[in-house]
Structures are given as C-alpha cells and as structure tokens.
Design a binder for this molecule. Structure first.
Ligand SMILES: Cc1cc2nc3c(=O)[nH]c(=O)nc-3n(C[C@H](O)[C@H](O)[C@H](O)COP(=O)(O)O)c2cc1C
Length: 391
C-alpha cells in the first residue's frame, strides 16, 4: 500500500506544506495568516532565536519522562491544544478528530466557543480532560448557559480569552472574501476543482455551523462573515469586573488566555484565576506585539510562584517547548500545528503532529541531558542579543 503522505512528514513545517496543498487557498490563509503586516506572527517565531541551548555531557539519558501536571491534571507531555474556531472548515472530521487525537496522546484539549461541533458532542466523543474557551457575548444569559452546559458535561476548566475585544484586521481573509461557509465565487470554484477531496467532503457533510450558538444572531443565517458576527455579538466593553463575575459564576478552575504583560498577569492572580496563557492569539489580533517568549521571563518573575503559566504562539519544535519551560512556563499550547495535521490527514494527521512534538521533545531532552521536565531550568539557556536570520 502507498504510504500516506502525512507519514512522510518529519516536521511541523512539512505538515504545513502538505496542508497548503490539500485545502483551498482561502481556507489555508484563514488558518495560516495573522493581522495586518504579520509582524507579531513573525515576532513569535523570532523570539526563539534569542535563546540557545546548553547541553550537559555524560548524563544517563536512557530513560526520559516527559509527563507533567497542569492544574493538577497529569498529562503525557507539556503540550496542550489551544482552542481554534471553525475546525470543520479545515477538514470534515473537525473538532472530533482533534479531541480524539488529544485523548490518544494523553493531553488536554480546549474547545473553542466558536467551534463547529457542540460542547455536548465533544464531551461524548472522548474522555480526555477538556477545557472550554469562552469569548464574552453581549448576551450574558448565553454565557451562563455555556457554563451550565460545560459543568453538566464535565469540562475541567473555563478558559477566558482576553485578546479579542474586537476582531483583528486579517487582510488575507478580506482579500479572499472569506465567508462561513465559503461563498462559491468563480475564483473559489477553480480552487475547489484543484482540491476535490476537500470539496467532496465539504459538500457531502452536514452544513457547517457555529454549533454552540447556531440559532443566535448572524450565526443563524445561511452565510456570514466571521468578523461581522464577532463584532456584532461580542462585547468590547468587557473589563476585569466581568472576569470576576465569570470566576464566581463558573466556580471551578479558571484560565485567562491572551495575557502579554506582567501587570495583567498580576490582575489575573488577584481575581483568583488558576492559570494564565501568555498569548497574542498567534499574531492574529494586535500587530506589532512582542513575541510571547520575549515577555515570558518578566511575567514569570512577577507571578511565577502564584499561578500556573502556560504559553502559546509559534511553537513548532520540541526545542521551542524546552526553551519556554526553562524560562518558567508550566506547559505550552499549539493552534496552527494541529490544524496543519488535521488538513493533511484528519485524525491521523493530528496524531502525526503530536508524535512529532513527542519525539522531538524526547530526543532533545536526551541531547541536553535533562531526564524529567522538572530538570529543565534556566541553566540550560544562553540568551543571545543577536537574532539569527529569519527563516
Ligand atoms: C484558525 C484559528 C482559529 C482560532 N480560534 C481561536 C478561538 O476560537 N479562540 C481562541 O481563544 N483562540 C483562537 N485561536 C488562537 C489559538 O488559540 C492560539 O492562541 C494560537 O493559534 C497560537 O499560535 P500558533 O498557531 O502559532 O500555535 C485561533 C487560531 C487559529 C489559527
């Protein structure tokens, strides 16, 4: 039998390239792109080049333990899946494929409130620990209803995203005229002919919806622009007072995602959050924000002993994860990389993504001479002022 091509992918960059070939251009751009000039997107990657790794010689590295805990939950490696909206647009297996891959790998999955599979269907399809990501709708009853549904179906934590008061300016999507579901234009038609596998399944499967809010506002229309939905439904007046209200209403482990400086990290501690995710939404919101790894050190110095710190944005290698842990992160999260895997090969493609991180982490910990996650600390890092050339 001919080897499936995602099995011939040896890095996240390979999976990205395969994803690019497998799905329509406008859909790939929606995943891959960032805001405006994509400076933040680039900054996320460049930040890793500021740190080099020091290896210790002659350490017995015959056994490596990658496991760790996040909010008291044991996970097989320090990696979690960040929430991503619209996942069925990328591959018909959608969020279900992703949560099943998370279960197989023994890690935590975060379901987006803008998902295309419902809270309940995801809960039923796997028993891996799950978090639910929330945006702040103007309609607070809708939020309360989300909390109730998540409690009833066993989601372990609520993850409030705070870096999207309004939708970022993603010009690739504007140029491509991306609607949900995609409007068939002459340009798209050509693209669809070039991607018969994606097109067949897209036409064959149930119409795609924002599954948790399908009867709400613009989402109930046959076709809409995501930015218009967000700008009409989300509340740009949200403050820390609302976050306090959510902590009380949820009454369980609470995570704040989208923190990018230490003053906000301190506020998160004050209001009783249990973890923060240092994140700039993968460079999809504010352009010209620093790379997340660049701000991590300061945040750890200010709140590291008081709250668990996670981070996402540009993590593409096992060595990236090692660098963040050495700087004090408890674990890292990924968005695009598992979507590349999904586009490349459905659930098996996501499995391949997670396998690549697992293998890279394992091998590089052997090469550095760290046998457990707790042995990774700042001694293995050398900070450089010179930036390596951008790839
Ligand atoms: C296609 C796509 C959709 C996303 N949707 C959401 C979302 O619904 N909620 C959210 O908090 N973050 C969302 N994000 C941001 C991710 O959770 C994460 O912060 C980001 O992707 C991390 O950067 P990385 O893609 O470089 O790993 C999305 C990212 C992508 C690429």
């Amino acid at each position: 039998m001919r080897e499936k091509s995602h099995e011939r992918c040896f890095s996240i960059a390979d999976l990205r390239e395969l994803a690019r070939r497998r799905i329509p251009h406008a859909v790939f751009d929606y995943i891959d792109g960032g805001a405006e000039d994509e400076i933040t997107l680039t900054n996320n990657r460049r930040a890793f080049d500021r740190y080099q790794l020091n290896a210790s010689a002659l350490v017995d590295v015959s056994q490596i333990d990658l496991s760790t805990t996040v909010l008291g939950e044991k996970i097989s490696m320090p990696l979690l899946l960040s929430p991503t909206a619209m996942t069925r647009l990328f591959h018909h297996e959608g969020e279900i494929a992703v949560v099943k891959a998370a279960q197989q790998a023994g890690i935590i999955y975060t379901l987006s409130s803008m998902s295309t599979t419902s809270i309940e269907d995801i809960a039923e399809s796997s028993n891996t620990p799950k978090w639910f990501q929330i945006y702040v709708w103007r309609d607070r009853d809708l939020l309360k209803n989300f909390f109730k549904r998540c409690k009833e179906t066993g989601y372990r934590a609520l993850c409030l995203t705070v870096d999207l008061p309004v939708h970022g300016n993603r010009e690739r999507d504007l140029k491509n005229g991306l609607t949900i579901p995609p409007r068939i234009s002459p340009k798209l038609l050509l693209d669809l002919f070039r991607h018969p596998y994606w097109t067949y399944h897209f036409l064959q499967n149930d119409a795609m919806q924002l599954a948790n809010v399908a009867d709400h506002g613009l989402a109930s229309q046959k076709q809409f622009i995501l930015k218009d939905y967000i700008d009409s439904q989300f509340d740009p007046a949200v403050t820390w007072e609302d976050a306090i209200w959510m902590v009380e209403q949820w009454d369980g482990p609470f995570v704040i995602k989208g923190i990018s400086h230490s003053e906000d990290a301190k506020r998160a501690v004050e209001i009783g959050a249990n973890a923060i995710v240092v994140s700039n939404h993968g460079g999809r919101q504010l352009d010209h924000a620093p790379g997340t790894l660049e701000v991590l050190e300061d945040i750890v110095a200010n709140v590291g002993s008081k709250i668990e710190i996670l981070i996402d944005g540009g993590f593409r290698r096992g060595t990236d994860i090692i660098k963040a842990i050495a700087l004090g992160a408890k674990a890292c999260m990924i968005g695009r990389p598992y979507l590349y895997g999904l586009c490349a090969g459905g659930k098996e493609g996501v499995d391949r993504t997670l396998q690549i991180y697992q293998e890279e982490l394992y091998r590089n910990m052997q090469l550095i001479g760290c046998r457990t996650i707790s042995e990774i600390d700042s001694r293995i890092l050398k900070k450089t002022t010179e930036l390596a050339a951008i790839k």
